[in-house]
Design a protein around this ligand. Structure first.
Ligand SMILES: [Zn+2]
Length: 327
C-alpha cells in the first residue's frame, strides 16, 4: 500500500490570507506577548530551558532571536526549537486570548473555500489513496480546527472524531454537525482505535510533540496511518534565517513564537525508531518565496509559484508532511 503522489497545488499566499490581515493578526500576537519580556529580555519566572523536544538531546546552540524569542539548533537531530520556552500555563494562555480568535476568524475561516476545494481536498485524496477497502474507516483529527478537513471525510462516509482545544473553533465545527470534542489531546481517553490519525498544524504548537505522537500511536489500528504537517528545519526559508537574513514585517513561518519546534527529517526518523513507526511518504508544501519577499503586489506571481513548486519538489519547502505507519 502506498500514498498516491498527487501533483502539488500552486498556492498564492495572499489569495489564501490577506496581507493586511496577516500583519494585523501577528501584531496582535506580539502585543500580547510583550508582558513576558523586560527591555526585550525574557523575564525568568515565565520561562524554562528545555532539551530537544524531538530527540531529547541536551546539546544545542542558539542560532537566532525573533520577536525576543531565542531559537536553538539541536546538535544531534538538527531540529530547531524555541529555548527557553514559555512555561506551559503561560503558553496555553496564548490560545485563549482574542489574538487567537482573530487568527481563526481572519486567516483560517476567510480562506476556507480555497482550503476546502484545494488544500484540504488534496489531503483527503492522499490519505484515502492508501486504503483499498473503503468501508468502515475511522478518522481521528487531532486539532481539527473549524472542521474543514473533517467535513470532507464525513462526505465520503468515514466515521470521524475531532479534537479541538479552542472553544471558538470547536463551536464553528459543532455548528457544521461534526463530531468534535473541546479538549486538549492530553485529556483524551477513548477506547476506540482509528485507521487514520491526523495532526495538521499541531505538533509545532505543543511543548511536548514527542509525547503527543507517542500517545497518538496508541490509538492507531494495525495497518493504519498517522499523518502530520509541521514547519521544516531543513527548508529554504530556515536556511535563509540561519544565514543571518531577516524577514521583514510578517513572520508567517515563525508566527511570533507560536511555532515552538521546526522539525528536521532526522528528528522525525529518530522519533519513528523510538515509537516503532515507519515513514511511508513525505513531501514538502511551502510558501518560502512569498514569505521571504513579502511582496503584497504579487508582481511576477506566476514565476514565484513556479519557483516555489520546484522548491517543494526538492523537499525544501517550509512545511513537511509525513505519513507514518506502524512497523
Ligand atoms: Zn534533537
Amino acid at each position: 500500500m502506498f500514498i498516491k503522489d498527487y501533483s502539488k497545488i500552486k498556492l498564492d499566499l495572499y489569495k489564501l490570507k490577506k496581507f493586511d490581515e496577516l500583519k494585523k493578526t501577528y501584531r496582535g500576537f506580539n502585543i500580547n506577548l510583550k508582558k513576558y519580556f523586560n527591555k526585550n529580555k525574557p523575564i525568568k519566572i515565565y520561562f524554562k530551558n528545555i532539551n530537544c523536544p524531538l530527540c531529547k538531546s541536551k546539546n544545542n546552540s542558539k542560532i537566532f532571536i525573533i520577536d525576543n524569542f531565542t531559537y536553538c539548533e539541536c546538535f544531534k537531530c538538527k531540529s530547531i526549537f524555541n529555548n527557553p520556552i514559555l512555561k506551559d500555563k503561560f503558553y496555553k494562555e496564548i490560545y485563549k486570548v482574542g489574538a487567537y480568535k482573530n487568527y481563526v476568524k481572519n486567516l483560517t475561516e476567510k480562506g476556507k473555500k480555497i482550503r476546502a476545494n484545494l488544500t484540504e481536498r488534496r489531503k483527503y485524496n492522499q490519505i484515502s489513496s492508501y486504503f483499498k477497502k473503503r468501508k468502515n474507516l475511522k478518522l481521528l483529527d487531532i486539532g481539527c480546527g473549524t472542521g474543514t478537513l473533517m467535513s470532507l471525510f464525513v462526505k465520503n462516509n468515514w466515521e470521524t472524531l475531532g479534537i479541538e482545544p479552542s472553544k471558538f473553533s470547536y463551536l464553528i465545527a459543532k455548528s457544521k454537525n461534526l463530531n468534535v470534542t473541546n479538549i486538549f489531546f492530553e485529556e483524551f481517553n477513548y477506547k476506540k482505535k482509528y485507521d487514520v490519525i491526523t495532526l495538521f498544524g499541531v505538533l509545532e504548537h505543543v511543548t511536548n510533540p514527542y509525547e503527543i505522537l507517542s500517545k497518538a500511536t496508541k490509538y492507531l489500528k494495525k495497518g493504519g496511518i498517522i499523518v502530520f504537517e509541521v514547519p521544516s528545519a531543513d527548508s529554504l526559508i530556515m536556511n535563509y534565517l540561519k544565514s543571518g537574513h531577516k524577514l521583514n514585517q510578517i513572520y508567517r513561518f515563525i508566527e511570533a513564537a507560536r511555532h515552538l519546534t521546526f522539525f528536521s527529517e532526522n528528528g522525525v526518523e529518530i522519533i519513528c525508531k523510538k515509537l516503532n513507526l515507519k515513514i511511508i511518504f513525505r513531501e514538502t508544501n511551502g510558501l518560502d518565496i512569498q514569505t521571504i519577499f513579502n511582496d503584497r503586489k504579487n508582481n511576477n506571481i506566476k514565476e514565484i509559484l513556479n519557483v516555489q513548486d520546484l522548491i517543494n519538489n526538492m523537499n525544501i519547502g517550509d512545511h513537511y508532511r509525513f505519513f507514518l505507519t506502524k512497523n
